[in-house]
Structure formats: C-alpha cells, structure tokens
Design a protein around this ligand. Structure first.
Ligand SMILES: [Zn+2]
Length: 136
C-alpha cells in the first residue's frame, strides 16, 4: 500500500499501514489492536523512530503529556509527520480567519447603508469605493 497526501474537502487525508489522518484526528491501532484516536490539535511533538527496532515507530506527544506509540513504515514516517503539521497549520489558519471575521468592526456603507467592515476599501454590497481620506 502506498501513502498519499491530498488535502481536499474529503475527510480522510492520509493513510498508511493502518494509520489514518483526518482533518481533526489521527486514528491508529495500538499494540492490542484496539483503535485509538488522537485529536490533531492536541499533538505537540512527533518523534520519528530512527534505529533498528524503533524504525517502524513514531512517538506522538499531546498537550496533556500523553505519549502514543504508532507503528508506521519507516518510509512513510516523514510524510506522516509533514501531513499532521500541514493539517495543524490549516486548522490554525482557519481558526484565525474565523475569529478575525467575528471581531471585525463594522460600519454602514454611506452609499447603500449595508453593514461593512470598517477597513473595507470597497463596499461588497453596492461596489462603491470608499475613500478613506475623506473621513476625518
Ligand atoms: Zn454600499
């Protein structure tokens, strides 16, 4: 089975030897073959196993200091880590965007009276350009 990375609208992003990465979690089977999941945004460090018998394992640490040992083919480890970092970055950007939109101050457009963002240079409703220099 070959690993693939594709961040699309579909839920599953990456899969390798029984380990799956979704937009919000990683799902894997532990040594007892029980399925476990780790929320992506709680992952703090991902250490790749390097030598001999550790070659096939990745140690994931989370915010609450839990450690998870995941078995992954050595050749897929970097991709696995990169994908998680990518997903974390995307999630972060999404969160920032959402909170920005919420906290932005609004004002009424002088042309059409719709509520628009204070810093807007152009009204998104009527398309008029708002010349900031005229406001004092
Ligand atoms: Zn307007």
């Amino acid at each position: 089975m070959t690993a693939s990375i594709k961040i699309t609208s579909s839920e599953e992003i990456f899969e390798t030897s029984g380990v799956q990465i979704f937009k919000d979690k990683v799902i894997f089977k532990n040594s007892l073959l029980t399925e476990q999941s780790i929320p992506i945004n709680q992952i703090t460090t991902i250490n790749l196993g390097k030598f001999g018998f550790h070659e096939n394992q990745v140690i994931i640490e989370t915010i609450d200091n839990k450690k998870y040992k995941i078995f992954i083919k050595a050749s897929d480890q970097k991709k696995f880590r990169d994908t998680i970092h990518q997903v974390q970055q995307l999630n972060k950007e999404r969160t920032v965007k959402t909170s920005e939109t919420i906290s932005r101050d609004k004002k009424k457009c002088p042309f059409c009276a719709e509520l628009i963002i204070v810093e807007a240079k152009k009204c998104r409703y009527c398309g008029e350009f708002l010349d900031k220099s005229k406001e004092v």
